[in-house]
Design a protein around this ligand. Structure first.
Ligand code: UD1
Ligand code: UDP
Length: 385
């Protein structure tokens, strides 16, 4: 191929947007060799738009598919039909998708039906349990089965892909683009928004909580919230900041279990910039999020993961992340341990960052150019410190 390579990035949810923003910005810097197109499914709406705004990304195509109570079937079919229309018009040379959402899988499958090669950003993470996280583990595997280029964030994700028979030359260890995004966003002099002004960061220990996983909806979430309520009742000098996901199924249980409690701040999801800067100032993070498991360790924050499995073993091995599940007693005791045992806290609060050096997007674009015969040698691989 001699002309410009037409690369279309597809994403739809908040975490994909955060992690694809550095890639889109880097693609835009290569106008000599690359024609960039951006397609958002808008599987998320407000939570996506705030990221687009922050990184000043104006998508070329917006499928606007989000609906309240959307099912996996709704998302998959609406995204597939919309992407098909765009492919018929644009015929990209390469499609980039990110991670493990239903937008990811629909984007990869649509590209496959058009016989367009796929580059998978954040490839190779595995729990080896197809129902945990659900449906993300399968979305990631199926996307990996379709992809031609695999951008693995760490050497353990590289090993997972090699074990599945992906040829060495198709995998590039790049680091995770979430660290590129974090470098772009966290600043010491950042002033937190007004809605957090009542939080007493000086005299209280502050817990940051987020939950949204489909497999935790219902009773598991209820147990987690009850444990948090018990902690708050037990410890006076503790506050909880909980930016509640927009999923109505999450919001309802949160309101029932934690609504109206003193020192529990239930707020709307924060935009990425205030959220990332808030994470840098809290004491402990409780979450079932994937991305937060990668961000918080590099900010030196202990993370208690409200899940039974993780596809991100690196920070668990390093000791800053603990997998604690959703059992009420366990969530309570693990949180209390960090609040009452200074050595346990210090041990977990050591900053480690196995996930990237802020250069992942550069490596991804270099790998694309290398694969197209436009870059002289394979990009340098990321090695965690
Ligand atoms: C999705 C992804 C999950 C990812 C998560 C990040 C799938 C199957 N799930 O899960 O992998 O970890 O995003 O947050 O791809 N909503 C709004 N406004 C928004 C966003 C969501 O109102 O900006 C509400 C809508 O009612 C929507 C519901 O949240 O129907 C659920 O959204 P959905 O994308 O289906 O699931 P998530 O749990 O967000
Ligand atoms: N995040 C945010 N505002 C919030 C909560 C999270 O900007 O109120 C960011 C967070 O920093 C991380 C990403 O959203 O980069 C994680 O998204 P989420 O937990 O929804 O999805 P997951 O990573 O589990 O797929």
């Amino acid at each position: 191929m001699t002309g410009k390579i037409k690369v279309m990035s597809i994403f739809g949810t908040r975490p994909e947007a955060i992690k694809m923003a550095p890639v889109v910005m880097e693609l835009m810097r290569h106008t000599d060799a690359i024609e960039t197109r951006t397609l958002v499914t808008a599987q998320h709406r407000e939570m996506l738009d705030q990221v687009l705004h922050l990184f000043r990304i104006v998508p070329d195509y917006d499928l606007n598919i989000m609906a309240e109570g959307q099912t996996l079937f709704d998302i998959t079919s609406r995204a597939m039909h919309g992407i098909n229309e765009v492919f018929l018009q644009e015929r990209p040379d390469l499609v980039l998708v990110h991670g493990d959402t239903t937008t990811t899988f629909a984007g990869a499958l649509a590209a496959y039906y058009h016989q367009i090669p796929v580059g998978h950003v954040e490839a190779g993470l595995r729990t080896h349990d197809i129902y945990s996280p659900f449906p993300e583990e399968m979305n990631r595997r199926l996307t990996g089965g379709i992809a031609t280029l695999h951008f693995a964030p760490t050497s353990s994700s590289y090993e997972n892909l090699r074990a599945e028979g992906v040829p060495d030359g198709r995998i590039f260890v790049t680091g995770n683009t979430v660290i590129d995004a974090l470098h772009h966003t966290v600043r010491e002099d950042y002033v937190l928004p007004e809605e957090l002004s009542q939080v007493d960061f000086r005299n209280h220990r502050v817990l940051l909580v987020t939950t949204h996983r489909r497999e935790n909806l219902g009773e598991p979430m209820r147990h987690v919230y009850r444990a948090i309520r018990d902690v708050i009742e037990q410890m006076e000098a503790v506050e909880v900041i909980f930016p509640v996901h927009r999923n109505p199924k999450v919001r309802e249980i949160v309101r029932e279990e934690l609504g109206g409690l003193e020192r529990v701040h239930l707020i709307d999801p924060l935009d990425y910039e205030p959220f990332a800067n808030l994470m840098a100032r809290v004491d402990i993070v409780l979450t079932d999020s994937g991305g937060i498991q990668e961000e918080a360790p590099s900010l030196g924050k202990p993370v208690l993961v409200l899940r039974d499995t993780t596809e991100r073993p690196e920070a668990v091995a390093a000791g800053t992340v603990r997998l604690i599940g959703t059992d009420e007693q366990r969530v309570y005791s693990e949180t209390m341990r960090l609040l009452t045992e200074p050595t346990a806290y210090t041990h977990m609060a050591e900053a480690v960052n196995p996930y990237g050096d802020g250069e992942a997007a550069r490596r991804i674009i270099e790998a694309i150019l290398y694969h197209a015969g436009r870059f002289p040698e394979p990009p340098d691989a990321f090695h965690s410190a």
